[in-house]
Ligand binder design. Structure first.
Ligand code: AMP
Ligand code: MG
Length: 328
């Protein structure tokens, strides 16, 4: 679809919303597919005439980040790194460099539970086609999962892999980053009340019609149900679940969150929800805690200020970080 027809479509949708909500309409709602998932944007505009342009900038930003960081698009900068960084240092954009630095910081914080080089094995899973790597492939490739093999050189802004078969994937942090970027665009445009989500990563600012926002956490085993519906304000909320991308083979659930130690799916929890000031942090920590499991995961979160967690264990039982447990 070209940009003109996309813009025309957005304007049409906004007009439709305005007509259906009568003259006083100020809320813009839009959903679209990006990064292999659904993104929802909702914001209140002080002046209707700014709605179309602001919405388009947010949509463009999501697609820009997808084009830069997708491991599935051969033209992305991330794909270029995966092709070349095993042979020599690759100069990359400041934006991608900074996100690689941030990813490495989360690896250190989580003692390797968060590791973008999980993809050295992870790329061999295809959840839609129920395909997984063989035991032999996992054994051979597992040694390439090690964030310390990702050498970042700040002076030259380069990345180099110190092992020959390393692959990286930002799926555990890029959606959160994209949500933060979009919220910044909305704030810079003067928007005070907004909700932006990409898959399981959301962030809210301000209020919804003078009330708190309500964000639901999906039940990990029943799509029709919500586990909880939380009244929230000025926060990011990310959920990682074993029900998002998975298949079951011989009674074993294979899903998209990989334990870097085994190259296999992490199975101690069914879902992890993190509340944090930024969506990048919430996203990275939801993936991390999923890998760490119940005890180590809660210990990590309880040691961090401004971060809360709601976990569902393998038996479907709920667990909370200390700050939430104290409220109950
Ligand atoms: P999320 O959707 O935030 O739960 O993250 C899941 C995504 O993170 C997966 O689809 C992978 O792209 C990526 N991922 C899986 N395992 C890990 C890991 N151990 N560390 C970092 N990223 C991961
Ligand atoms: Mg995540």
């Amino acid at each position: 679809m070209n940009l003109f027809s996309l813009k025309a479509k957005q304007v049409f949708i906004i007009l439709l919303i305005c007509i259906s909500f009568d003259v006083d309409c100020k809320w813009i709602n839009h959903s679209f597919e990006v990064m292999g998932t659904q993104s929802n944007i909702e914001f209140e505009v002080p002046k209707m005439k700014m709605a179309s342009n602001t919405l388009q900038r947010v949509i463009d930003e999501m697609h820009r980040i997808d084009a830069l960081m997708s491991p599935f698009k051969p033209t992305s900068e991330l794909s270029k790194i995966n092709r070349l960084a095993s042979t020599h240092p690759v100069h990359i954009s400041k934006e991608l460099y900074d996100l690689l630095v941030k990813s490495t910081e989360f690896s250190k914080l989580t003692e390797g539970a968060f590791d973008i080089s999980f993809s050295s094995v992870g790329y061999l899973y295809d959840y839609r086609k129920s395909v997984k790597p063989t035991e032999k492939q996992i054994e051979e490739l597992k040694k390439n999962i090690n964030y310390q093999s990702i050498k970042l050189n700040e002076d030259n802004q380069t990345v180099e892999f110190l092992q020959p078969l390393v692959k990286i994937d930002l799926g555990g942090i890029a959606k959160g980053y994209a949500v933060d970027q979009c919220i910044q665009i909305l704030k810079d445009s003067g928007i005070v009340n907004a909700y932006v989500s990409a898959g399981g990563d959301s962030r809210i600012i301000g209020k919804k019609d003078d009330r708190l926002w309500y964000i639901g956490i999906k039940h990990p085993r029943d799509k029709r149900k919500l586990l909880v519906n939380l009244p929230l304000e000025e926060v990011s909320i990310s959920t990682s679940g074993d029900y998002e991308r998975f298949f079951v083979k011989n009674g074993v659930r294979y899903h998209h969150i990989i334990d870097p130690k085994t190259g296999d799916s992490a199975r101690e929890l069914q879902s992890v929800t993190i509340l944090a000031p930024s969506s990048t942090t919430a996203d990275a920590l939801s993936t991390s805690v999923f890998v760490l499991g119940l005890d180590k995961g809660l210990k990590l979160i309880n040691g961090l200020s401004d971060i809360s967690a709601i976990l569902v264990d393998s038996q479907g039982r709920l667990h909370y970080s200390d700050d939430i447990a104290r409220l109950k």
